[in-house]
Structures are given as C-alpha cells and as structure tokens.
Design a protein around this ligand. Structure first.
Ligand code: SF4
Length: 202
C-alpha cells in the first residue's frame, strides 16, 4: 500500500474508532494532516472544541499562534505534519489519561510516524513529550534535541500554555527560532538532504 493510502486508511479507522471512552464525547475525530513525507511532525495533546467541530488539528486560537510560530521559523503548515497523541477531544479539555494515550498512540500515532518518517518530531506540551521521553521535565528540556530511535525529538511548550501563561511565551518563541538550525543539524546527523516542498494532503 502506498504511503498516502496507508495514511488515509488510518484516518478512516480513527474516524470510526471506539477503542477508548473518548469516542463517546467527540463530534469528529481528528486524525491529523500534512504532506506524506514531511521532515517535521508536530504532536500536540488532544483536539480542543474547534478541532472537534472541524475534524482538523490546531485550528483554534492555539492553531493561529502555531501558524505564527511556523512562519517565524520559515515554515508553513503545508510543509509539516500536525497531529495529537489522542485523536478525540477529552471532555472539557481535560488532560488525556495514560490509558487513553497508550491505546491511541499504539494503534494510530506509531503508524503515522512510521509512514511519514519525519527527521524531527516536535512535541507540544508535556503529555506528548512524555510519550517519547518518559522522565523528562519540560521546563528543563524544552528546545533541546533528543535522539529517539531513528529520529530527533524536540520538546516544546504547548502554544495554548504560552497563550494562557505569558511566562512561557518567550521560551516558545526562542525554541521555534532555533528550529531551522536544529533541522539542519538533524539532516546532517541522519545523512538526509533538504526535502522538496510538497502539497498538503490529509
Ligand atoms: S482517542 Fe484514539 S483510541 Fe480513543 S476513541 Fe479516539 S481514536 Fe480511538
């Protein structure tokens, strides 16, 4: 099966998934989106109200801020893959629970990562970070590149946290500003060259 078809098959499975209780409160599951072989994948925590309504990731206030941060790093949404550790909205925007993250990631996120095969994964928020680096504290490791398997993981604060608590905003801006240099570093370490820009596909 081709990569695009495999991603679409996963997206269909996610939209009909009842593997954890989060399906009960969703309007739409949010599989994620981006070009098939994006160099960078952003992984947040879970869909919010607007994401749940539209079935797309990061389309509310956090999404607008993420667009600004991407622009600052010389990137656009069309170049990156964006998803979450859980694909259905936790009720009242509560934190996703360990068992929900475990069920959703092992069935979907792991496969999405395998297919897209990004050089860098940017985790947004501590739940996403702790799925890759279990004992890390985000205040200590944000903006640092960690080798995890065949790729690099850079933990960052969630854009929503930076919007709600102004002390996180300068740190998030600074981490995004470092992203182009870190991407170069990752390419060199992985022996990859700069990938061509591709059209966004869900
Ligand atoms: S959060 Fe993930 S595992 Fe749970 S119902 Fe939604 S798609 Fe399925």
């Amino acid at each position: 099966m081709k990569a695009q078809e495999a991603l679409e098959t996963l997206a269909q499975q996610i939209r009909g998934c009842t593997r954890c209780d989060l399906y009960k409160g969703r309007t739409n599951a949010v599989p994620g989106e981006g070009p098939v072989h994006a160099e960078i994948m952003f992984i947040g925590e879970g869909p919010g109200a607007r994401e749940d309504k539209l079935g797309r990731p990061f389309v509310g206030a956090s999404g607008r801020f993420l667009d600004e941060l991407l622009e600052q790093a010389g990137l656009t949404r069309e170049e990156v893959w964006i998803t979450n550790v859980v694909k259905c909205r936790p009720p009242g925007n509560r934190d996703p629970q360990v068992d929900e993250i475990e069920t959703c990631t092992t069935n979907y996120l792991e496969n999405q990562i395998k297919i897209v095969n990004p050089s860098i994964i940017v985790t947004l928020g501590r739940h996403s970070m702790n799925w890759f680096i279990s004992d890390a504290k985000i205040t200590q490791v944000h903006g640092q590149m960690h080798k995890v398997g065949r790729r690099f993981v850079i933990p960052m604060f969630h854009p929503a946290a930076a919007l709600h608590q102004s002390r996180f905003k300068p740190m998030l801006l600074e981490d995004f500003a470092k992203l182009p240099a870190l991407l170069e570093e990752a390419r060199a370490a992985l022996g990859k060259s700069k990938s061509k820009k591709t059209n966004r596909k869900k």
